[in-house]
Every structure is written in structure tokens, then in C-alpha cells.
Design a protein around this ligand. Structure first.
Ligand code: ATP
Length: 448
């Protein structure tokens, strides 16, 4: 276990040192459960989100994109049931007054063991219901009417726009609405780095189908498989992901089926990555009732109005990023020396390739390398230039942040002594360390 914990610690340290993730408001002591993303973290997240958008929206003709607001009035959360049931059971340790989630057995056990080591026996308070919604007030007067909430899930922004999508895009069932955006939860025990946060980002699809039990179960199966394939395409080994069906007593009361995709984490075994939920007609029916706006769909064929069923795919961006980092972190030996590197899938690596002049103090090498860099950057924006330190150090620095290729301009590139190598460079592969000579004009294709 100790060695396993180390991996998480190494990733946290790498993320801070190399500009992926910083503690939120760190210079003021930090804010628990809140993280800031640095230059490389932003790129990695952007690539994950873009990959989601491409597969769930752009490459399809039955899914529409949406960007709903973060602030929503209280009535929305009454309708969705969150005011009553978006809760976790909270217990308080009577010895040290720490508050934990009663349903997180591992954390409860670890807390008890901590006290036992000091000879103390823990007693817990009765569980209290704790609502996770983050409340705020809008406007100059603070009263019950000014109350609003930062959304606890991005789903409701889609449900309240269902009619807008019907009226503006005139889609035919089945169709989906996808969204990426921030959500906020007053988590009792945020932790495990960016695993459980109080501010985080979600990527979601709500896919609406005719309210038919058999068809909707088939569609549910389809999206389960689709979500799994999407997750695998971020570079995961099959044995590290699995489905876990929810038992009926675990599901929201309105859910007709629910399944998680779980990842085998280094820090706590199998943990949720992504949820696929059959929400039935719960959300649209409730919002119709509470808003008094008809959210039904007119089925042309059957000539009847129906409230569609909703199959949801919901995943966290921060969590995907953490799992991607855990999966990619690799230690091996290269050229007789130990190294640590991120074996990131090429399409999500923050930097696709780095261009180097072999020596920093040879102007002809530097200017040629700058030329190659500028040429590539026009086509593939996430290209870096580095002339700092010796070439071995530069390789290690790029390996550590997961850059798939390093391109070096050397004396052969200039072709002065060996004309046959003129306008070729060496391309080094991150995973194997192998180098090959490639014509500059072929680089774009190679990198794309
Ligand atoms: P948990 O039981 O772990 O708190 P949940 O079942 O409440 O999670 P959902 O409401 O189904 O989670 O949210 C969908 C997805 O959003 C999750 O699979 C996860 O990837 C992400 N997510 C949820 N809560 C958080 C959080 N506090 N921090 C980061 N990501 C989160």
C-alpha cells in the first residue's frame, strides 16, 4: 500500500512542479477541495474535453451542444429534487469533532484506526442529513427571494432548455443534448487530490428517447458501451476499467437503471469515473409541473404528445484527468538511467512535440530549429521550443510531461558534411527512446 500511495504523491508533486495543478488560493493557505490548473493542466483538460465534444457532438448528427449558466434559482432545485435529496449522511467524531461521510467506509475505518493508535476509541454522532448544494444570493437585498444556487450538477441546465432546443432546432426523437461545464458541491470530505472537489467540471449527454421500456433499455446499453469505448480511447488498459451496475436500492428513486464505469485507482481500489443513468421522465415531468411550461414532445407518427425518457452519460473532467495521469505515470530505465514519464495518449498530451537545436550556442542550429518550429506550429499549435540545458535533460523534461516526440536539429540537418542528410532531423519517440532521421517536409504528417 505504501508504494501505491507513493504514486499519487509523485503525481501530485509532478503536477505542481511542472505546472499542471496547483492548490486553489495557495498563497493564502489554500481552499480545501478547490484546485487551479496551470499551463499544462489547461492543455490536458482542453484535449480531454475536445475529445469528448468531438465524439459526443461534432461527429454525430443527433446531438446538440449547449452551454447553460452556473447560477440557477431555487425553484429549479426544488423541481429536480435536489433541495430534498441531494444529501450525504454526515457523522461527527466525538473525540476530535471531525465530520465525515457515514457512507464512506474506508475513510471511517482510517479515522478510527488513527485514534486507535493513540489508545482512543471513537464514538460517532447519529448521522445527519447534509445538503451539498452551494447557496448564494443575487441582487442588493439578501432575502429568501434572492437565493440562488451554483449548480450541483450540469444536468438541470439541459433539462430547463429542453423546450428551447425543440423550438429552435426541431429535432426528432431520439436526440441528445450535450454540455461541458462547472458544477459545485459542498462535499463533506473532498480529497484524494482532484478526485473529489468542491468545484469541478462535468461532461454530459442527456439523450432523449420515446418513453418505451424496451427501446430505452437498448439505448441505455448503447450509451454504456459508447461511454466505455470513449474512456478507453483516452489511453486506458482494458483491465483497469469496468462496469458496475447499481443495485436497485442504490439508485435514485426515479432511476430505471444505473451503471458506473469504474477505474482501478492506485489510492483506493475501484472508483467511479463515469455514470450512465436511465432517468426516465423524471426531470422533464417535474420541470413541466413546477414551471407550468409544457415540456412534452409531439410525436408526429403516433400523433400524440409524450414526455421522453432521458438516458444520461455523466463524467467528471477533473476525475478523467486524474485517472489519465495515474494510468500514464510510468517509471522505467532508459540508457541505464531511471526515469519517470507520462505515457499519455498522443492526442491528449499537452505538448505534441518539442523542437530543439542540438546546441544553444550555434546560431545556425538555433535559426534552423526556429524555422522548423514556426513551420510546425502553424499546423499543429501545441508545439514547444526548448534550448535550455543539455539534450539529455531536455528529453527527460519532455518525457516527464508526456510529450510524444522530440525533434532535434543537428549539424547533419545543415548538410554541410553529409549532403545526403540535408534537411532531415532526428525524431525521438518518448516511450522507447528510439531515434530516427526524418525529412523536415514529412514531419507534419508524422505528428498529425
Ligand atoms: P460520488 O458518489 O463519488 O460522490 P456521484 O455518484 O455523486 O459521485 P454523479 O452525481 O453521478 O457522482 O456525477 C457524475 C460524475 O461527475 C462522476 O462520475 C464524477 O466523474 C464527477 N464528479 C461528481 N462529483 C465530483 C466531485 N466532487 N469532484 C470531482 N468530480 C466529481
Amino acid at each position: 500500500m505504501a508504494a501505491e500511495m507513493d504514486v499519487m504523491e509523485k503525481i501530485i508533486s509532478l503536477c505542481k512542479r511542472r505546472g499542471f495543478v496547483f492548490q486553489g488560493s495557495e498563497i493564502y493557505g489554500g481552499l480545501a477541495g478547490v484546485w487551479d490548473y496551470g499551463p499544462l493542466g489547461v492543455e490536458l483538460r482542453y484535449n480531454i474535453k475536445q475529445h469528448f465534444w468531438r465524439k459526443f457532438v461534432v461527429e454525430r448528427d443527433d446531438i446538440y451542444g449547449l452551454n447553460a449558466s452556473i447560477l440557477m434559482p431555487e425553484r429549479v432545485w426544488e423541481a429536480s429534487g435536489h433541495l430534498d435529496s441531494f444529501t450525504d449522511p454526515l457523522v461527527e467524531c466525538k473525540v476530535c469533532h471531525a465530520r465525515l461521510r457515514a457512507d464512506q467506509e474506508d475513510e471511517i475505518r482510517a479515522h478510527e484506526e488513527g485514534h486507535q493508535k493513540k489508545g482512543e476509541k471513537v464514538e460517532w454522532s447519529e448521522p445527519k442529513v447534509f445538503n451539498l448544494l452551494v447557496e448564494t444570493h443575487l441582487g442588493a437585498v439578501e432575502n429568501e427571494k434572492s437565493k440562488a444556487y451554483l449548480r450541483g450538477e450540469i444536468t438541470q441546465g439541459v433539462q430547463v432548455n429542453f423546450k428551447n432546443i425543440l423550438d429552435s432546432m426541431h429535432p426528432k426523437l431520439p436526440f441528445g443534448i450535450a454540455q461541458i461545464g462547472k458544477a459545485f458541491r459542498n462535499e463533506i470530505t473532498p480529497g484524494n487530490f482532484i478526485f473529489r472537489d468542491r468545484e469541478f467540471e462535468q461532461m454530459e449527454l442527456q439523450f432523449y428517447v420515446k418513453p418505451d421500456e424496451k427501446t430505452s433499455q437498448e439505448v441505455f446499453e448503447y450509451w454504456k458501451q459508447f461511454a466505455m469505448e470513449w474512456y478507453l480511447s483516452l489511453g486506458f488498459k482494458e483491465e483497469n476499467l469496468r462496469f458496475r451496475e447499481h443495485a436497485p436500492d442504490e439508485r435514485a428513486h426515479y432511476a430505471k437503471a444505473a451503471c458506473d464505469i469504474e477505474y482501478k485507482t492506485e489510492f483506493g481500489g475501484w472508483k467511479e469515473a463515469w455514470g450512465i443513468h436511465h432517468r426516465g421522465d423524471w426531470d422533464l415531468r417535474r420541470h413541466s409541473e413546477y414551471s407550468k411550461v409544457d415540456l412534452s414532445y409531439f410525436d408526429e407518427e403516433a400523433k400524440e404528445r409524450v414526455i421522453p425518457y432521458d438516458i444520461e452519460c455523466s463524467g467528471g473532467v477533473d476525475r478523467a484527468m486524474l485517472y489519465v495521469l495515474l494510468e500514464a505515470y510510468t517509471e522505467d530505465e532508459l540508457g541505464g538511467e531511471p526515469r519517470a514519464y507520462l505515457k499519455l495518449a498522443k492526442h491528449i498530451a499537452p505538448i505534441r512535440a518539442a523542437v530543439f537545436p542540438l546546441l544553444k550556442n550555434k546560431p545556425e542550429l538555433v535559426s534552423k530549429a526556429r524555422e522548423v518550429y514556426a513551420m510546425l506550429k502553424k499546423e499543429i499549435p501545441n508545439i514547444a521550443f526548448d534550448d535550455n540545458g543539455n539534450i539529455g535533460k531536455r528529453y527527460r523534461r519532455q518525457d516527464e510531461i508526456g510529450t510524444p516526440y522530440c525533434i532535434t536539429v543537428d549539424f547533419d540537418t545543415l548538410g554541410e558534411e553529409k549532403p545526403e542528410f540535408k534537411d532531415t532531423v532526428t525524431v525521438r519517440d518518448r516511450d522507447t527512446g528510439e531515434q530516427k532521421r526524418v525529412k523536415i517536409e514529412e514531419l507534419k504528417d508524422l505528428l498529425k
